[in-house]
Design a binder for this molecule. Structure first.
Ligand code: WT7
Length: 677
């Protein structure tokens, strides 16, 4: 958003002592000879890609995908920032994820081992999953969904989510998955923005052993007159009673279950929209990130194979992300299936019914590649190494990390406790599983920076190197590349296949958000540093985006939610660093006269406001702390100085406050917080 804000964060990044200390790391772990010898990609791949990036990606596109019509030009970049990859090619995502594996004799290979939260399980072979997706495609078509129509998906982590996404892709409908933890209001605004014609949901799901409803949020989202939705398809998951709108609502089992299993996939243009996924930006309104077909499939499949060293005949892959986030799109719904891999899908949380649940799953399915977020790793660290120590995790051979910076301590714990577990209660592997820390974003569609496990000597805490065919750089204010040992802004210098093609319905915002900060470069919004070896360290966002447990939240969006409450006059939100979740949402609010006052009103007010944010956005956005203050620190031009509030939230003495319109404000805030506690 405003450059002033970006600059302020940037100077913090440069001068933050803690960060400087964090960025020195001497430990390095080279791949073992055995691992390197069997790795699917070798060191030569970097030079090969460097020689001609588009040609490199064109080779991958033909190698990894079956095209109905071959493409001509690999990349058309004649109208930047609007890229076209694999021009004129036609390809069907669902055919590539499903039918072709069956045609190639792999119909009996397990595609998905599903582990439900209450402990129920289902296994889908490629043949079975193909059949389900064909039925689903027929069902959606019979409900009037046609190529180009948008379908909102509001489902728990159950196979029907993947089936729905692939059925949309098959018929050329554009899915817009909304994370099940978002509220009815958040769902409504996403349905409206995309003008979705169909919503796919479930009666509910399970959360920590209890049934939890989902469909009521859809019903509530569709109360407004004039919405775009014609039908709601409802998966019966937890058997809860649901309200029913005759004519609009259909049970999945009656609709998909009754549909024909014959469906021929046709190729769609390489640039045909595949999905929209809303993500938080610097303004209050989430952005509908648009991804298209050919480039997205190519880069997700390539990275899944190269970064995880995927051997689809023998590996069992488990990405723990929910399909509501981009990680669940790229590395649950698409890449593993396009690559013909076997994967685990889990509905529940890591602590239910017990804190060993994940390791029990790894042991049960012999998971060989695990992909998860640092928050989870730090949570397991808190619970103690004895818990994973009770299970046999010897099947694990590659460990992935994603979503937020992984601190070296968590990295080392991941390696020693998970990656070196050889079963037999505490025995250690001589050659622990390599860790690949992968940096990317909803916008990049696929991994961009990561070690290659058979090539790179890995380094705790650093995502390290741009992937082959990806032109990443760290630049200074003026857009000049910084030398090794220096920090700056992370940018992408050349178009990449899985790049976002725009923001749904808002090309200007697309240009403004990503392409206006530095001429001809994609601005990621992250601060980064190159260390002495040239390895890249990610330092967190330099804009108003927070990262809470690897989930992306916008300060502005939460502020808007707070001020929409009649009691709140003004609000400022900051992400305060948190040992486990990376950041935690802390809100400062000024109350209106109309708000309840008096001795005992404080806690009730805070509870009311937290719930209000939960209702407006979703439980994940509820502030950890809400602090009622008499004033907010503002510059003379009226900008809130979040930097100072962040100091307060993190328990530091506030920094330089001389640019405040009223320099006494920080003292007033400190005093009001002191008297309150
Ligand atoms: C933001 C993107 C990538 C899928 C999940 C998040 C942060 C992501 C890393 C990493 C340090 C990371 C960045 C990025 N981030 N991966 N390995 N190390 N930071 O996707 O919700 O679009 O968020 O997550 O700040 O900009 P997202």
């Amino acid at each position: 958003m405003s450059n002033a804000r970006t600059e302020a964060s940037y100077s913090r990044l440069q001068h933050g002592d803690a960060l400087e200390n964090l960025l020195h790391e001497d430990r390095k772990f080279a791949p073992s000879a055995g691992f390197a010898a069997n790795a699917v990609v070798g060191a030569g791949v970097y030079a090969e890609a460097e020689a001609d990036r588009p040609a490199f990606w064109a080779r991958q596109a033909r190698l990894l995908l079956d095209w109905d019509t071959d493409f001509g030009q690999a990349l058309d970049w004649s109208e930047p920032p609007f890229a076209k990859w694999f021009v004129g090619g036609r390809v069907n995502a669902a055919y590539n994820a499903l039918d072709r594996h069956v045609e190639n004799g792999l119909g009996d290979r397990v595609a998905i081992f599903f582990e439900g939260e209450p402990g129920d399980t289902r296994t889908y072979t490629y043949a079975q999953l193909t059949e389900e997706v064909k039925k689903c495609a027929n069902a959606f078509e019979s409900l009037g969904v046609a190529k180009g129509d948008r379908v909102a998906v509001y489902l728990p982590m159950i196979p029907e989510a993947v089936i729905t996404m692939l059925a949309c892709a098959r018929i050329g409908a554009v899915h817009s998955v909304v994370f099940g933890g978002f509220s009815a209001d958040a769902l409504r605004s996403r349905i409206d923005d995309a003008q979705a014609r169909l919503v796919v949901t479930a009666d509910g799901t399970y959360r920590r052993g209890k049934p939890s409803p989902l469909k009521p949020a859809v019903d509530q989202a569709l109360t407004a007159p004039g919405h775009s939705v014609e039908h709601v398809v409802v998966v019966r998951r937890n058997g809860q009673d649901v309200d029913w709108v005759q004519g609009r609502d259909r049970w999945w089992e009656d609709t998909v279950g009754a549909a024909s299993a014959e469906h021929t996939a046709v190729g769609h243009d390489a640039e045909h929209p595949l999905f929209i996924l809303y993500t938080s930006g610097t303004t209050g309104k989430p952005k509908g990130i648009l991804h298209t077909t050919g480039g997205y499939l190519t880069q997700t499949a390539y990275t899944h194979r190269a970064v995880f060293d995927l051997h689809p005949e023998t590996d069992v892959f488990w990405c723990t992300a929910d399909v509501g986030w981009v990680t669940g799109h790229s590395y649950v719904a698409y890449a593993p299936l396009v690559n013909g891999a076997t994967q685990v899908m889990y509905e529940g949380t890591p602590d239910s019914p017990h804190q060993g649940r994940w390791w029990e799953i790894v042991q049960k399915y012999k998971v060989s590649i695990l992909y998860t977020a640092p928050t989870a790793i730090r949570t397991f660290m808190k619970w103690g190494r004895e818990i994973p120590g009770r299970y046999d995790l010897s099947s694990i051979r590659v460990l992935g990390s994603v979503g937020e910076p992984i601190n070296p301590e968590a990295w080392m714990w991941y390696r020693e406790v998970i990656g070196a577990n050889a079963g037999n209660h505490g025995e250690k592997k001589e050659d622990p599983a390599p860790i690949v820390d992968t940096w990317w974003q909803t916008e990049t569609g696929a991994q961009m920076i990561a070690p290659l496990p058979g090539v790179t000597a890995t380094k705790p805490g650093s995502a390290q190197v741009p992937l082959p065919g990806i032109a990443i750089d760290v630049v200074d204010e003026a857009g000049a590349s910084v030398p090794d040992g220096h920090g700056g802004y992370l940018v992408v210098r050349e178009p990449w296949p899985a790049m976002l093609r725009g923001i749904w319905g808002d090309p200007e915002r697309f240009k403004e958000t990503y392409w206006s900060r530095f001429e001809g470069m994609y601005f990621a919004g992250d601060g980064a540093k190159k260390d002495e070896d040239g390895d890249i360290w990610l330092l967190g966002r330099v804009d108003d985006v927070m990262n809470v447990s690897g989930h992306r939240l916008s300060t502005t969006e939460i502020e808007s939610a707070l001020v929409s409450h009649p009691w709140v006059a003004e609000a400022a939100v900051v992400g305060a660093s948190d040992e486990t979740t990376g950041q935690a949402v802390v809100a400062f609010v000024i109350l209106r006269e109309s708000a309840p006052s008096g001795q005992d009103s404080g806690d009730a007010t805070v509870t009311e406001l937290r719930n209000h944010v939960g209702k407006e956005i979703g439980p994940i956005a509820k502030p950890r702390h809400i602090l009622v203050v008499p004033e907010l620190p503002k510059t003379r031009s009226g900008k809130i100085m979040r930097r100072l509030l962040q100091d307060v939230a993190e328990g530091r003495e506030p920094g330089d406050a001389t640019t405040l319109s009223d320099p006494t404000i920080m003292a007033q805030i400190a005093e009001s917080l002191a008297t309150r506690n």
